[in-house]
Design a protein around this ligand. Structure first.
Ligand SMILES: NC(=O)C1=CN([C@@H]2O[C@H](COP(=O)(O)OP(=O)(O)OC[C@H]3O[C@@H](n4cnc5c(N)ncnc54)[C@H](OP(=O)(O)O)[C@@H]3O)[C@@H](O)[C@H]2O)C=CC1
Ligand SMILES: CC(=O)N[C@@H](CCC(=O)OP(=O)(O)O)C(=O)O
Length: 395
């Protein structure tokens, strides 16, 4: 049995794949390398996957769903066998996203018509508020990565306060693992249900968590000035996201009360072991993808900017997807576009005792679909970079 390809109830033995003791496929003799063995699933499915692990995509007709499909084109094991949509149910993925036409994909169906016996794992790319009930109804054998905000807050009352609706899967919440990959990898390995972080919380926590853990910055007066491309708001039509509203200008939104505040504070407070508060203001930028968080911090007494820099360098030296740039180099959203990378750097403020941190990601990749794929790779025992090593697109 291949350890890399043995997970949940599926295993590979003597040239055949077994699921719950039942033979479901044989290795393709044409496959050149054992690590990329392919087979045709015998379970009934709208599309037979050439790959060995069958993926269901809920909300496939949205931006993050499409981004997962794009990334999976380079994944040797994950093949999409189920895709759901709401308004676009019944259509082909090619008609919704012509750029994905080269891939053989199943037709979009509504969630109520989805057959989950045809999948081994699920990415859930639905709007928050719709997700808890749907995930509650899924077979418990499935590994699930939820990209929405529905399971990110541990405290149910906090969820209800910030999202303005009752939590509909309180029992399930207890087993959820928060999927900030580089910092919670060991928990993710054992998880069945992962709450993928929000895009802003990813760009903020990656630099701040190691600094708080090492007691290098103060827990108050943290100011986060964050900026996002418009794809962060999803594909649904909204007046505020029209070209004429976005182009040639910048808009702040969620001022004093954006729903990512409790998510950021939860992560930072966990490592600080005391309540950390932040001032957070997001802005919508006239660009399609990309996210920058510029973070102003007060350093602990006697700490210098170089200490912050060295701590981040050490924390991420073995990480593929988090890069602390050379001293003085300014991270730019251009340089991570279309990729799973987070670039960051630290600068001394003119005001003594303060430092400025800049962190950039692609909101659709490290901020959503890329990190989700990284997490599912880990949950299924695969190398976490699988399908994710494509380089950024520039310009
Ligand atoms: N965009 C981003 O940068 C990020 C997004 N996220 C989160 O990921 C999730 C998906 O985001 P994104 O792809 O941008 O969103 P989109 O609005 O682009 O896509 C939403 C998807 O959900 C489907 N859908 C909408 N309402 C329902 C419903 N009531 N029942 C079933 N399906 C429904 C839509 O179907 P149809 O189109 O057919 O109506 C579509 O497939 C959201 O929770 C979002 O907050 C997280 C991090 C970053
Ligand atoms: C530009 C824009 O509108 N961005 C979204 C955040 C995208 C994201 O991470 O959303 P979830 O927390 O729902 O997953 C927002 O500010 O609500």
């Amino acid at each position: 049995m291949s350890s890399a390809l043995s997970f949940s109830s599926i295993c590979f033995e003597q040239g055949c794949w077994f699921k719950e003791g039942r033979k479901i496929g044989v290795a393709d003799k044409r496959a050149k390398r054992p690590s990329s063995m392919s087979f045709r699933v015998s379970a009934k499915s709208s599309v037979s996957s050439e790959k060995d692990i069958r993926i269901g995509l809920l909300g496939a007709s949205g931006y993050t769903g499409a981004e997962i499909v794009r990334l999976l084109a380079n994944h040797p094991h994950f093949g999409v066998t189920l895709m759901t949509a709401d308004r676009k149910a019944g259509q082909s993925m090619e008609s919704v996203f012509p750029h994905l036409r080269a891939q053989k994909l199943p037709r979009l169906v509504s969630v109520k018509d989805a057959d989950f016996s045809t999948v081994d794992a699920v990415f859930c790319c639905l709007p928050h508020g719709t997700t808890q009930e749907i995930i509650k109804g899924l077979p418990t054998a499935l590994k699930i990565v939820d990209l929405s905000a529905d399971f990110r807050l541990r405290d149910i009352s906090e969820y209800e306060e910030w999202y303005g609706q009752p939590h509909k899967a309180v029992e399930l919440q207890k087993e959820v693992v928060y999927g900030l990959t580089e910092l919670l990898r060991e928990d993710i390995k054992k998880a069945r249900l992962v709450a993928n972080p929000g895009c802003y919380p990813t760009s903020v926590q990656l630099p701040l968590v190691p600094l708080i853990k090492a007691n290098l910055i103060k827990h108050k007066n943290i100011i986060i000035d964050a900026k996002s491309g418009v794809s962060g708001a999803g594909r649904g039509a909204k007046e505020a996201n029209l070209y004429s509203e976005i182009a040639e200008g910048i808009s702040s939104y969620g001022v004093t009360r954006h729903r990512h505040v409790p998510e950021i504070e939860q992560g930072l407070s966990d490592v600080a072991q005391s309540k950390v508060t932040v001032s957070f203001t997001p802005h919508l930028m006239p660009m399609i993808r990309g996210m920058q968080s510029t973070i102003y911090v007060e350093m602990a007494n006697g700490v210098r900017t170089e200490d912050l820099y060295q701590q981040l360098r050490t924390s991420y030296e073995d990480e593929e997807f988090v890069k602390v740039l050379d001293e003085g180099v300014i991270p730019r959203t251009h340089n991570v576009r279309g990729s799973n990378y987070c670039y960051m750097n630290v600068f001394p403020d003119r005001i003594p005792g303060r430092a400025i941190i800049i962190s950039v990601i692609d909101n659709l990749v490290k901020g959503a679909s890329g990190q989700a794929l990284q997490n599912l790779n880990i949950m299924l025992g695969l190398p976490e970079t699988t399908g994710l090593l494509n380089q950024p697109v520039f310009p």
